[in-house]
Design a protein around this ligand. Sequence first.
Ligand SMILES: [Zn+2]
Length: 343
Amino acid sequence: MTKILMLFDTEDFLSPQTPDMQLWWAQEVTSRGITASFQMVGEMTRKLVREGRQDVIDAIKQHDIGYHTNFHSIHPTHPEGTEQLSLPEAVAWVKGREIQGIKDVHDVFKKPLLSYTSPGISWTPATLLANAACGIELAFCVNNYKHTYKPFWYCGNLIVQYGVGFESAYGEYNTDFFKQRFEEVLDKAKKEEDAVFALYTHPGRLATANHWDIAYARGKNPPIHAATPPPLWEPGALEQHKSRVRKLLDWLQGRSDIEFSSVSQISAAYKSRPKKDLPALLDQCGLQAGQEGHLPLKPRSSADDFYGESMEYHYKWVPHIDGFNPTKIFKQAEKLAWTTQQA
Ligand SMILES: [Zn+2]
């Protein structure tokens, strides 16, 4: 049966409304017996602490905790910061950028960070290797590598796909639009054995009519205190969105062809199968812990055909300038195709 995960990209540290929206989502899924995963941004976590929102932290802590970078869309993003670097340099750069965020999220929630969600389209192979070295071994949103709803290993991470976002039921859209998109994804997933995908949302979007990071669009980089929060929906929309979400959760939980699972359950299940995690890769290459940047870059061979539809992505994401296309990173990604394995 297709397994469904619930993920919350918890990131909008500009809007004053977001902690309350996070609290609402956490309590809603808890009351339904669903274990979700909150993909925490370091700066968002620090904001909850600064504002004394222990209620939100406690509600989120009932669920799995994932990581969603230290600063998300603030420049330089991972591809921007590493486009000219060798792989060892890029891994060191990512660790330098992220280590404080990982520590802060861990210290506040006191739980292992089980997974990582790439902000927008910004994953790099160095990101995955650095995360794995920091103990984060499951990654979402590496979606331009190979499109499958069956988890697979790459760069020491178990890769799982995102499916449908709840924002597709907000504003001018509606619950029918979400349902239609969900059925399309589920139809594809059902064709694969052991398929898993995530339903996701940005909690703040219940209240905000756009993504917060339009403040960082196309290279803009205001300091946080000077960045403009996104606009809010018109009056009444927030309650309408909550009502739509509840109806959709009722609909999803009433289905017999899907099963709600959790990141902790998926991680545990795949750990007991043959795996190609970071220790296995280092071992295969005679490398020690900490040398993940020195994994060899090899020409892609026909044996790596799981690599699939090749690197046809362009880092098309709002914070990036048009045409941003760091080919050196694509090459690194392709030359690590040998790290791929069906999970
Ligand atoms: Zn995000």
